[in-house]
Design a protein around this ligand. Structure first.
Ligand code: NAD
Ligand code: ZN
Length: 380
């Protein structure tokens, strides 16, 4: 023992991960301009996109980019559209492409597309050459509302979605609301489910704004789309900033997602994530109503708004409710037969169960027994 040496490696880090989110219409030129003055050295740019977005936008974006930075080596890597692509083998495919192009550390990645693209491209950026900078150019309402902000990147595995990944922040985010015009209606609705979630969680005034204007999102009214993009960013940013290190408070972002994720799986993905979250929001409110956290009229308002957003508020007939309860209560998060839920308080606030040492570590979830969940689910 006497020749034992102990070197203490002191690595207390202070990092500045700040970044800008640019919201507007047709931001190709803006991004191409900004790239010229980015404070990083890079010779190569990999634009990662999916097959749908490539045809619609990325082809023309690539031209703009090549004109703006003729001295850089710009290449676009296209992955097949859809969640099925968000897997490790696609990440490997992207990496192999970049390697074969001679790309090394001096690379910038631009994720150009929806949440699938920003999740996988962000993860690739985080590990390629031990981490290269990346920029998100979000083209769906869902990625604008949720996926492109917060720094969570991941791929799915058979065992679970988003199981393998990193927290890795983008250097900038661009939200181009003009690209929403080509989104299928179901995708707009999906983004609106997360938007309604944000309003229920943090902002009663925004909820009222949605009540006045929700149809104008479908007609792509520019002011309304812009306001929605801005509000979603502000609300998510505010939560992520307070609880940057996931001490606890960030769990409020799970509003509607406990039941939502389980329904999504049990529906074998017939329901989209947003549709499942919409039903999950209704389930959470009914449980909350039994506990006195929200009123019957709050439930009616939220359900009416979700319906106008073309989202379901009831569990479809084809879903086996018993399977759903089983799915919920065999989750790894179940303790002593109980599962944690977060609840909205009225509309625009969350129920806090205890104060932590600081705002970030306050507890917003409480246990729900299997019997309570079954009783709500059987009636929904
Ligand atoms: N990282 C996070 O914090 C976070 C948060 C929420 C969701 N997500 C992830 O985001 C993904 C879902 O995001 P999504 O709904 O954007 O999925 P997506 O990227 O698959 O896009 C949905 C569909 O729309 C198409 N599309 C994209 N932009 C288009 C446009 N402008 N016009 C026409 N079609 C367009 C895509 O090709 C795809 O078919 C999931 O994988 C989810 O796990 C991540
Ligand atoms: Zn979600």
């Amino acid at each position: 023992m006497s020749d034992l040496k102990n070197f203490h490696v002191s690595l207390v880090k202070k990092v500045d991960d700040s970044y800008d989110i640019v919201i507007g219409s047709r931001l190709f030129d803006k991004l191409a301009e900004d790239i010229r003055v980015l404070p990083y050295k890079f010779a190569n740019i990999a634009v990662i996109t999916d097959s749908n977005v490539y045809e619609l936008y990325t082809k023309s974006f690539e031209k703009t980019l090549k004109n703006a930075v003729p001295d850089k080596n710009v290449n676009t890597i296209v992955i097949p559209a859809g969640e099925k692509s968000k897997v490790r083998s696609t990440k490997e495919y992207i990496e192999d492409k970049m390697i074969s192009l001679g790309y090394r550390r001096d690379t910038l990645i631009i994720a150009f597309g929806g949440g699938v693209v920003t999740d996988i491209a962000g993860f690739t950026a985080g590990t390629f050459a031990r981490g290269v900078p990346f920029i998100n150019y979000a083209t769906t309402l869902l990625s604008a509302a949720d996926a492109s902000i917060g720094g969570k990147t991941a791929v799915d595995t058979d065992a679970a979605t988003n199981l393998i990944g990193l927290i890795y922040q983008p250097k900038r985010v661009y939200i181009d609301i003009s690209t929403w015009k080509t989104l299928p209606e179901r995708e707009i609705s999906g983004g609106l489910a997360e938007t309604v979630k944000h309003a229920c969680m943090r902002d009663a005034e925004f909820f009222e704004y949605l009540e006045k204007n929700i149809e104008r999102v479908f007609s792509l009214d520019e002011d309304v789309c812009r306001r929605i993009a801005e509000k979603n960013c502000a609300i998510k940013y505010n939560v992520v900033m307070i609880d940057e290190n996931e001490k606890g408070m960030r769990e409020i972002l799970n509003l509607g997602h406990t039941v939502g994720r389980a329904i999504e799986t049990v529906s074998r993905y017939r329901l989209s994530h947003g549709e499942a979250v919409s039903i999950g929001l209704c389930a959470q409110m009914r449980l909350g109503n039994e506990r006195g956290y929200c009123t019957q009229s709050d439930i009616e308002r939220v359900e009416k708004l979700l319906t106008r957003a073309k989202l379901p508020t009831r569990i479809p007939e084809y879903i086996d409710r018993e399977e759903l309860v089983r799915k919920l209560y065999t989750d790894k998060k179940v303790r002593a037969g109980k599962l944690r839920f977060v609840f909205q308080k009225g509309i625009g606030d969350m129920v806090k169960f205890s104060n932590g040492d600081d705002e970030a570590s306050a507890v917003y979830s409480d246990f729900v027994s299997e019997a309570s969940a079954r009783s709500i689910i059987s009636k929904l």
